[in-house]
Design a protein around this ligand. Structure first.
Ligand code: PMP
Length: 397
């Protein structure tokens, strides 16, 4: 009989340079199981998606309940759907006052597309400023603000009027002017290998945007929903963006994204005769039901409060290993720095053999990523760290 692995290689597109091709039959909490019953600890969370672990009972129940009621009614914005309304309200309640209007989409790329379009429409300007080593998605608009010029080459021409500047360099912020529609950034860079800018940089950026009338877009697709030890990463800097984009962990395992702004800004999508912004599936009721249950669990169980301590526990357990050259860590997003890309890949390979799954970064070769579910227990952190040490020992021989 032809195996799933063979079928996968024949018929499913793989775009990764290092396809792992691990077959998983089921997953629960921080564990994933192969059809043969091998157990893997998940330190990636589906790239910062499963912040509550796999198959949280409350999320599963919410999905089942909504499926029994209805799955899809009508194009977004036409009908009032209870899960959407409740989710928008809960998000608004947990965000600064001016982030009070939510446009739901299906993914992070779409959230950023929408945010950029909104900024152009609202300001009537076209220039977009973005940063080196940032990742914002795969669609053409999101790709236009990718922080690596070479990676974009095959897809040019992309959006015109794009300006790339250095992340963390206050002087470069002077390039934001009255011509700028928006500045797009991850306030803490994820795929860059966990790059945390200074408070001064983010606060100067906020001031510069206010001064020039450019809208400030924070992409928290990866860092939102508790990953960094705050519900949203911008809370580390005491600033509020004009538009916030979210996805990934938002749906607690279901696909959903959003861009959120002040109602007066979002209302600029309304004005006829120009077409605003349309989505068929954005804010899908089953995804909204999952997202609502997920956010309720995150808040009710006060999970975020313990995230920084847990991240520090990982660092503490791994720091003395001779393969480890350092860390960049905030909350449960940790870049473990090693000597080279080759060593990082070897460690990853050994870790998979042993049964612990971690990941590389897109723009940072000499570090591996630890980003487990946020409700991982101390005991599980000890176990995962032991396995990582075992993997690093093997490479160190
Ligand atoms: N922004 C950031 C910061 C991301 O990490 C990602 C996904 N890795 C995206 C945007 C794109 O999200 P999606 O893959 O859901 O389109």
């Amino acid at each position: 009989m032809i195996s799933n692995r063979q079928l996968f290689l024949q018929h499913v597109a793989t775009t990764s340079d290092y396809p792992i091709s691990l077959e998983i039959e089921r997953a629960e909490g921080i564990y994933m199981y192969s059809p043969e019953g091998k157990r893997y600890i998940d330190l990636v969370s589906g790239v910062s998606v499963s912040n509550l672990g796999h198959g949280h009972p409350k999320v599963r129940q919410a999905v089942k309940d909504q499926v029994d009621k209805y799955m899809h009614l009508m194009v977004y914005g036409e009908f009032i759907e209870t899960p959407q309304v409740k989710l928008a309200k809960l998000l608004a309640d947990n965000l600064p006052e001016k982030l009070n209007s939510v446009y739901f989409v299906n993914s992070g790329s779409e959230a950023n597309e929408g945010a950029i379009k909104l900024a152009k429409r609202y300001t009537g300007r076209s220039e977009i400023v973005h940063f080196k080593n940032a990742y914002h998605g795969s669609t053409h608009g999101a790709l236009s603000v990718l922080g690596d010029e070479e990676m974009k080459n095959a897809f040019r021409p992309l959006l015109p009027d794009i300006r790339i500047i250095e992340f963390g360099n206050v002087i470069d912020l002077e390039q934001i002017t009255e011509r700028t529609a928006c500045v797009v950034l991850e306030p803490i860079q994820s795929e860059g290998g966990m790059i945390i800018p200074s408070k001064e940089f983010i606060q100067t950026l906020r001031a510069r945007c206010t001064e020039t009338g450019a809208l400030l877009i924070f992409d928290e697709v990866q860092m939102g929903f508790g990953r960094t030890g705050k519900l949203f990463a911008f809370e580390h800097f005491n600033v509020v963006p004009d538009i916030l984009t979210l996805a990934k962990a938002m749906g607690a395992g279901m696909p959903i994204g959003a861009f959120i702004a002040e109602k007066s800004i979002l209302d600029s999508f309304k004005s006829n005769p120009m077409l605003g912004h349309i989505t068929t599936f954005g804010g899908h009721p089953v995804s909204c039901a999952a997202a609502l249950a997920g956010l309720e669990v995150l808040l009710e169980e006060n999970i975020v409060a313990d995230v920084q301590r847990k991240g520090e526990l990982f660092v503490d357990l791994l720091k003395d290993h001779p393969m480890v050259k350092g860390f960049r860590q905030l909350g449960l997003f940790i870049a473990v720095i090693v000597e080279s890309k080759e060593i990082m890949l070897e460690i990853m390979k050994e870790a998979y053999e042993i049964g612990v799954v971690m990941d590389a970064f897109l723009f940072c070769d000499d570090a591996y990523r630890i980003a487990p579910p946020l409700n991982i227990t101390d005991e599980e952190i000890h176990k995962a760290s032991e396995m990582l040490i075992q993997a690093m020992d093997k490479v160190n021989k």
